[in-house]
Design a protein around this ligand. Structure first.
Ligand SMILES: [Zn+2]
Length: 125
């Protein structure tokens, strides 16, 4: 199944990024629409593991949540590549942000640089 995550590349301060959003509870509608156009099952969903709702990837067939812990926190998982090969399995599509957006979210550091370096770009540049 297709899964989505948000990577913030150009952040305001150079000592805090880039990073990947995890356990996100609030997003701008523009960003939600952008993701759901490509990945319709990315939506707010209650997680029993976390104990609250957050924007998660869900199976298009059975609706089961594919939690951020599995996708983001396990080395070798989709959004936690450990080498060039794993990072190159990802595709980055850019959304241009022309104003300040607000999000309530956690941040994952560490693998964003690897993803930015080796993931495929769509459209290519
Ligand atoms: Zn399923």
């Amino acid at each position: 199944m297709t899964v989505a995550a948000i990577l913030c590349e150009n952040v305001g301060s150079s000592d805090v990024g880039p990073y990947i959003l995890t356990n996100t509870v609030e997003l701008p509608t523009t960003v939600i629409a952008f993701i759901q156009k490509r990945c319709p099952t990315y939506r707010l969903k209650y997680s029993r593991t976390v104990g609250r709702r957050y924007f998660a990837n869900n199976c298009p067939k059975c609706g089961m949540i594919s939690g951020d812990f599995y996708l983001h926190s396990e080395p070798g998982g989709p959004f936690f590549p450990t080498d060039q090969e794993e990072a190159s399995a990802l595709t980055i599509e850019t959304i241009t942000v022309d104003k300040k957006y607000f999000a309530r979210t956690g941040c994952g550091y560490g693998t964003a640089e690897l993803i930015l370096q080796f993931a495929k770009r769509f459209p290519p540049y």
